[in-house]
Design a protein around this ligand. Sequence first.
Ligand code: MRU
Length: 337
Amino acid sequence: MRAINYDDGQLTLLDQTKLPTETVYKTYESVEEVARAIEEMVVRGAPAIGITAAYGTVIGARKFVSGDFKVYMQKVIKRLWHTRPTAVNLHWALERMEQIITDDVDDSIQLLEQEARLIEAEDTDINLAIGNTLKHLVQDKTAFLIHCNPGRLATSDYGTATAPFYLAHEAGVKFKVYSDETRPRLQGALTAYELSDAGIDVTVITDSTAATLMQQGKITAVFVGCDRVAANGDVVNKIGTLPLAIAAQYYGVPFYVAAPTPTFDLKVANGADIPIEERHASEVTHLAGQSLTSVQSVYNPAFDVTPHELITALATEHGLIEASQEAIEELFRKGER
Ligand code: MRU
């Protein structure tokens, strides 16, 4: 199951808005189409958005006809940059792509393609390393709570917070995962879909059931992904992460955030400075085309901020670190990013 496939100028995305009922792949041939696929969440998840945008710049470069190539590419990058505001992987990947553009069009196309492939390959390595960082916690008879979809569908492969599950499952460990459905867009159903497809024991719960499972002592640890980590260790992730972290602290359940280094943003001091995307009211008022309420006044932030004090550890590709300014500075001082 791969969310993104690129081959010789052809970008194919698995349409996540149709899963799990329909498996539809579509090929994207222009920057505008790629940008819309990100906005409409055909492709979603912080690393996957970054990878898709990287391939979007390649598609843009290949479409260049005449004029100033660098100016043209600035416009391509600008269009992709403004598709979604919160996951910093998007901007991180576009900055990487931007740096290698020269006036030589053919050369640039080749280098951009190489760079996009590298970003994708590095993502898989990062996820495997995060999986290895956390997999010691996944033992026989343990059970985990996961929120949203930090999985295969949100990345190049393995997922971030799901990687330890895939690795433990491959090693024959018998454990259980509870997946929050994750209102309003139900990305938790995508997590359940991909884990069950791999043969992992997964149970879907409503978001409101999570605290009850922790109260019942059924959860070994909570694993979540993230869309941006601030310099002080505050984490922005899918809406509903904050209440999980609060409940986890209350019930003494360890709370781990799978945090690849491309998801850190050292330019923002704390979580309050991270832009939070607000999505359309219809995501809340409607479900599968059916109206759920007559009230049209809706507040629909797509992400929330979990303060660093509530986080047991950040699981990076370089190991577990404390969610603190000091530990993050130390990680990046070593030139890890
Ligand atoms: O709005 P989305 O679906 O793009 O949100 C992204 C997520 O799935 C995250 O919350 C996730 O934990 C980070 S992606 C590894």
